[in-house]
Design a binder for this molecule. Structure first.
Ligand code: PBG
Length: 353
């Protein structure tokens, strides 16, 4: 709209200027012009599954999150379904670990058992399984070691076995999170060979070597015994390289891509969105969750406002879906904001601000 700074328009002889505040005056008008909306279907909820029964162990650095035994999943699924959250991301904490991560591809392993249980309890729930070795190796690294280094090619063969065993258990999507080269190609080939041509791969395509995974490593007991993951996860300083990683995974056959973490990498989310026409998932990781929880516990921030603002920012940056530990609370808050009426969340206003 042409804007005529020289022109006098209005009372008191004010010069002409654009009044953007016109569209912010009332809740109704703010709602009417809102560009980004959150919905329960945006969220993928991570679950940590452990052996035993009746186990619900709180994760200290992630208030509200638990390690759950398989029998405890039913309760969780009921809650997720009542909130209309339709997807979970599974991590397993095995009973024992070894050098070869054999628990990761054991047909009776923890994730495989959890997948079968979920599919029995709630067949419509979309089950995404994390494909990595770090929770299953006694050294805590993401694959097979050669000396002190992760052996890329041996590891990707192992990961393909893991992916096939998850597919056999009934997972809907496999999500390799290791950042080895060539793993998507090898997983695709092995899934196809095993008859799972229709199994989608959601690759953690741009996964950074991040300090924000700290609480997760407590949750999943996957802290490396020595060294770190910088030889395979990306350098936080690099953006162009992320686009190359994503392109490579797509060329190798990835169907959906993940950028991880989310908040410190929103520029990557935006560039990936603009460049690639595939579903793009952002992973709002454990450290991002822990920061909000900690500040909220100290009374330093308004948890509800900050959480919804954070999730909105990730969606605004271009994420199609968000993996987040906040999913259940977020949906509850969005619903309360709507006074319990089941209108679509896209028309919700005001986050109790
Ligand atoms: C690896 C994996 C990690 C996370 C998801 N998958 C940890 C790592 O790479 O060290 C981190 C998730 C989070 O911090 O919430 N299996």
């Amino acid at each position: 709209m042409a804007h005529e700074p020289g022109k006098v328009n209005g009372r008191g002889g004010m010069p002409g200027f654009r009044r953007t505040r016109r569209l912010r005056r009332t809740p109704a008008i703010r709602q009417f012009v809102r560009e980004t909306a959150l919905a329960p279907t945006d969220f993928i909820y991570p679950l940590f599954v452990t052996h035993g029964s009746g186990v619900r162990t709180p994760i200290g650095s992630m208030p509200g999150q638990f390690q759950l035994s398989v029998d405890e999943l039913a309760r969780e699924l009921d809650e997720l379904q009542s909130l209309e959250i339709g997807a979970v991301l599974l991590f397993g904490i095995p009973e024992g670990k070894d050098r070869q991560a054999s628990g990761a591809y054991d047909p009776d392993g923890i994730v495989q058992r959890a997948v079968r249980a979920i599919k029995r309890e709630a067949p419509e729930m979309l089950v995404v399984s994390d494909v990595c070795a770090c929770e299953y190796t006694d050294h805590g690294h993401c694959g097979v070691l050669d000396g002190c280094e992760v052996d890329n090619d041996a590891t990707i063969r192992l990961l393909a076995d893991v992916a096939v065993s998850h597919a056999e258990a009934g997972a809907d999507i496999v999500a390799p999170s290791d950042m080895m080269d060539g793993r998507v190609a090898v997983i695709r080939a092995e899934l196809d060979r095993a008859g799972f041509v229709q199994m989608p791969i959601m690759s953690y395509a741009a996964k950074y070597a991040s300090g924000f995974y700290g609480p997760f490593r407590e949750a999943a007991a996957s802290m490396p015994a020595f060294g770190d993951r910088r030889s395979h996860q990306m350098d936080p300083a690099n953006a162009r390289e992320a686009l190359l990683e994503i392109e490579t995974d797509l060329d190798e056959g990835a169907d959906l891509i993940i950028v991880k973490p989310a908040l410190p990498y929103l520029d990557i989310v935006r560039q990936a969105r603009d460049r690639f026409d595939v579903p793009l998932v952002a992973y709002n990781v454990s450290g991002e969750y822990a920061m909000i929880k900690a500040a909220a516990q100290l009374g330093w921030i308004d948890e509800r406002r900050v959480t919804l603002e954070t999730l909105t920012s990730i969606k605004r940056a271009g994420a199609s879906r968000i993996v987040t530990y906040h999913a259940k609370e977020a949906v509850r808050w969005l619903r309360d904001g709507d006074a319990g009426a089941r209108r679509p969340i896209s028309v919700l206003d005001e986050w109790g601000a």
